[in-house]
Write a protein that binds this ligand. Structure first.
Ligand SMILES: O=C(O)CCC(=O)C(=O)O
Ligand SMILES: [Fe+2]
Length: 363
């Protein structure tokens, strides 16, 4: 039986502890958003006020032809300004993108028991975690989102541990994305004057995680967020979003595009993937590239799915601005740290814009 969702602790038990998720709560037939999900006014998203990001997607197939330099310039420019761009002809088959979205919907439609086995603390494997919101124990208002997160180690362990309903398409997505990710990094690093061989590029993306995010329909979308303001912590994120829309990026203070502080929507584009810069790339580039502050709105009409691949160096790795860049800039803007400590700080604090970077910032 569904509990009274007006009582914060029984809501927490049902949604978080027992793994019913936001989906279970919505399916039980609520007609208004429980107080635990009502965001403070400053975090609520006014759909009418946002403009759409007008930049056309970058055609990655052109990196291999005579237009290489022009396309590389588009990638660099996007990484230096908004930290977000879309790509087409990226090498991931378009019918696979469709299967991924269908698979995500299918997985979240399974009975709660099937998903809840992967809850933190009870999951049979450290590679797979199912959950809801971001850090529900610490958040003032919960995020309207359920997710499953799957760490890649090797193909055998994927077959053994990732949920059977998901693993084949998710693995194929990861496999077919990697060439593109490496090409993007070659371009971005090359522009910094850092020529990296294949094994160095590999080390920037040594840890890979595929997530599936599910945003159920919401009776009061204006009061909630799907994901609150944050930047991704890793190197690059590859994101597949569906046709619903609702992904917003904040125009940074020092970008010479649009109005600073304004939120622009990354419009769903058939066949495209969204790329965004994570904190690690901002730090490695000594601030040249911008990890993008973004957030997700909810909708009352249709559930939304998105499927990010997060890439990171190994947690044991020491990270800091690349010496070649520091030498050019004459100053290091971030200190050196062990990535595991950054990860720990990132995942134990609620989303709060780009505050995650304070961990490494030198003032
Ligand atoms: O759902 C989206 O479009 C973005 C999700 C996101 O920002 C994340 O999972 O880090
Ligand atoms: Fe994100």
């Amino acid at each position: 039986m569904a509990p009274s969702f007006d009582n914060g602790s029984s809501l927490f038990d049902f949604v978080v502890r027992d793994g019913n998720g936001v989906k279970g709560m919505v399916d039980s037939g609520i007609s208004k958003v429980p107080q635990a999900y009502v965001q403070p006014p400053a975090e609520q998203i006014d759909k009418k006020n946002a403009s759409k990001h007008g930049q056309p997607p970058i055609d990655l197939s052109k990196l291999d032809g005579p237009d290489h330099d022009q396309v590389a310039e588009q990638i660099v420019k996007a990484a230096e300004t908004l930290g977000f761009f879309q790509v087409v002809n990226h090498g991931v088959p378009v019918d696979l993108l469709e299967s991924l979205k269908d698979t995500a919907h299918h997985f979240f439609s399974l009975p709660a028991e099937r998903k809840a086995v992967y809850r933190a603390g009870v999951s049979p494997t450290p590679l797979v975690k199912y959950g809801t919101s971001f850090v529900p124990e610490k958040e003032k208002a919960l995020e309207w989102k359920d997710y499953i997160s799957m760490i890649y180690t090797n193909d055998d362990e994927v077959l053994q541990h990732w949920p059977a309903e998901i693993r084949d398409v998710a693995l194929e997505y990861l496999r077919t994305s990697l060439d593109m990710v490496k090409k993007l990094l070659q371009v971005l690093m090359g522009n910094l004057g850092v020529e990296l061989d294949e094994s160095k590029i590999d080390s920037l993306i040594a840890k890979k995680t595929v997530n599936m995010n599910y945003y159920p329909t919401c009776p009061n979308p204006e009061l909630t967020v799907g994901v609150g303001r944050h930047s991704d912590m890793g190197t690059l994120t590859i994101l597949l979003q569906d046709g619903i829309g609702g992904l917003y990026v904040n125009i940074p203070e020092d970008a010479e595009i649009g109005k600073k502080g304004e939120w622009v929507e990354i419009p769903p584009t058939p066949g495209a993937l969204v790329i965004n810069i994570g904190d690690m790339l901002q730090i490695l580039s000594n601030g040249r590239y911008k990890s993008a502050e973004h957030r997700v709105r909810t909708t009352s009409t249709k559930s939304r799915v998105s499927i990010p691949i997060f890439t990171n160096p190994k947690p044991t790795e020491k990270i800091g601005p690349l010496p070649q860049v520091v030498e050019k800039d004459g100053v290091a803007r971030y200190r050196e740290f062990v990535l595991a400590d950054y990860i720990n700080n990132f995942y134990t604090n609620p989303h709060d814009g780009k505050k995650s970077l304070d961990f490494a910032m030198i003032n």
